[in-house]
Design a binder for this molecule. Structure first.
Ligand SMILES: Cc1cc2nc3c(=O)[nH]c(=O)nc-3n(C[C@H](O)[C@H](O)[C@H](O)COP(=O)(O)OP(=O)(O)OC[C@H]3O[C@@H](n4cnc5c(N)ncnc54)[C@H](O)[C@@H]3O)c2cc1C
Length: 416
């Protein structure tokens, strides 16, 4: 069923009796060509592009919970491509371009809103670093704009420009950045994949892999054994636990990241704003709530909830750039499990086990990557060679020394 304004009108006039379930609930088959483990944004996008762009039909996505139960339904919805390194920037710019055409592509309203992202700077040295990043972005075909304090005062008068510790001296805008309704992304990709014959199987946990003579032939699940020619793991915060079942230890740690939403307020924040002297980022949802977050909790955990010290830390970051946020009442907060890689960049790669592939290490930036990650993982699975923009996202980069350390902080997950 195609969604359109005409369809809404027709259904409205006929008692809304014609709507169909957005995806089927099939029983798992005994064998597939490709099985994707993990029905988050990246797993569903991979299935969608495999079916749509690479012509594969015999695919399943196995999800241990329900679609949207992981980070795809827990993030703060920010999309952007304001990276600097050649291993990252072309990939994220490809993702942003895919976001720009996504709703038409999968015929689903994901509320893609290019309302801009602004990274504030607070010192001359930080301005120079942002100018360098802006130049790298433009060289990769992205948009970037440096604004000084006077320009920001005119656009965002509520910011605390004269804060004694962290005066705002300007910022780096990416006007094409913004927000997207996160769980609609999962639903849209699921719907598009299902329509092309992909079996999406919820409540199906992968509990082990069948590996014979270095070759993965399938997996054990909570709903029985399933054979597959290729197995593509894509489980974000559960990467360590799942790949351990294949005997692999990853350069990834799992940490909690929290998010917060205030009561609904009148429109005040036009786009996304990030603090440059601490970790705090904020946007305003269409319902009016201020949506914000900051640092990971900083200890290893698989719990989808965080602790109070980070709540205080994030609130301090907010107060430093916009003291009026102290008047807003916090409505709710939650946590997700982050797959923090040791250089802050992801992996889309084959493993040393034939037929077993891995996608993970997205840290807290994997939502914006969803379309490009799905596309590049599908490319790898279909052609057995990496997509050019993801060619550096290899598992062996810690052995070769070709790290993609965007911030230059080394193996410190809390600093990436
Ligand atoms: C609070 C918060 C804020 C964030 N903000 C942003 C942001 O603003 N911008 C941004 O770009 N990124 C953000 N992120 C990061 C982003 O959400 C993640 O990097 C991204 O969603 C991870 O990919 P995914 O959607 O595939 O993960 P998930 O949705 O977590 O998908 C993985 C799935 O695998 C399933 N699974 C696990 N184990 C198994 C198993 N054994 N068998 C079967 N299935 C299994 C899980 O149930 C889960 O559904 C944020 C994350 C959090 C938590």
């Amino acid at each position: 069923m195609r969604y359109s304004a005409l369809r809404i009108l027709r259904e409205g006039l006929t008692g809304n009796k014609g709507w169909k379930p957005v995806w089927r609930e099939p029983e798992p088959k005994a064998e597939y060509d490709i099985v994707i483990v993990g029905g988050g944004g990246h797993g569903l996008a991979t299935a969608y592009y495999l079916a749509k762009e690479f012509g594969h039909k015999n695919i399943a996505v196995l999800e241990k919970g329900w679609l949207g139960s992981g980070n795809i339904g827990r993030n703060t919805t920010i999309i952007r491509s304001n990276y600097m390194l050649p291993g990252n920037e072309p990939f994220y710019e490809m993702s942003l371009k895919l976001w720009e055409g996504l709703e038409q592509d999968f015929n689903y309203n994901a509320m893609v809103s290019q309302r801009s992202i602004l990274n504030l700077y607070h010192s001359d040295a930080q301005r120079d670093a942002f100018v360098r990043r802006a130049n790298a972005m433009m060289l990769a075909g992205a948009d970037a704009e440096i604004a000084d304090a006077d320009q920001l005062r005119a656009e965002l008068p509520f910011l605390d420009f004269d804060n004694a510790r962290f005066p705002i001296k300007g910022g780096l805008f990416q006007r094409r950045g913004g927000t997207v309704r996160h769980d609609a992304v999962a639903w849209g990709y699921a719907r598009g994949a299902d329509a092309r014959g992909v079996d999406i199987i919820q409540n199906c946990e992968v509990t082990g892999f069948d590996i014979e003579n270095g070759h993965c032939t399938g997996m054990q699940t909570s709903r029985g054994a399933i054979r597959a020619k290729k197995v593509a793991v894509c489980v974000a915060g559960s990467s360590g636990r799942v790949m351990e079942k294949a005997g692999m230890r990853l350069p990834i740690e799992s940490h909690v990241l929290q998010a917060f939403v205030t009561e609904g307020l009148k429109p005040v924040i036009p786009g996304v704003i990030t603090f440059g002297a601490g970790h705090f980022y904020v946007s305003q949802s269409d319902k009016g709530g201020l949506v914000f977050g900051g640092d990971i909790d900083g200890y290893n955990s698989y719990a989808q909830r965080g602790n109070l010290p980070v709540v205080e830390d994030v609130a301090e970051g907010g107060m430093a750039i916009m003291p009026m946020i102290g008047r807003a009442r916090l409505l709710r907060s939650w946590g997700g499990i982050m797959d923090m890689s040791m250089d802050g960049s992801p992996f889309i790669d084959k493993t040393h086990v034939d037929g077993l592939y891995f996608n993970g290490g997205w840290c807290y930036g994997g939502f914006k990557a969803t379309p490009a990650s799905g596309f590049c993982y599908a490319h790898l699975l279909a052609r057995d060679e990496p997509h050019p923009v993801a060619a550096q996202m290899r598992l062996d980069r810690f052995m070769s020394g070709n790290l993609i350390d965007e911030k230059g902080v080394g193996n410190q997950p809390n600093l990436h």
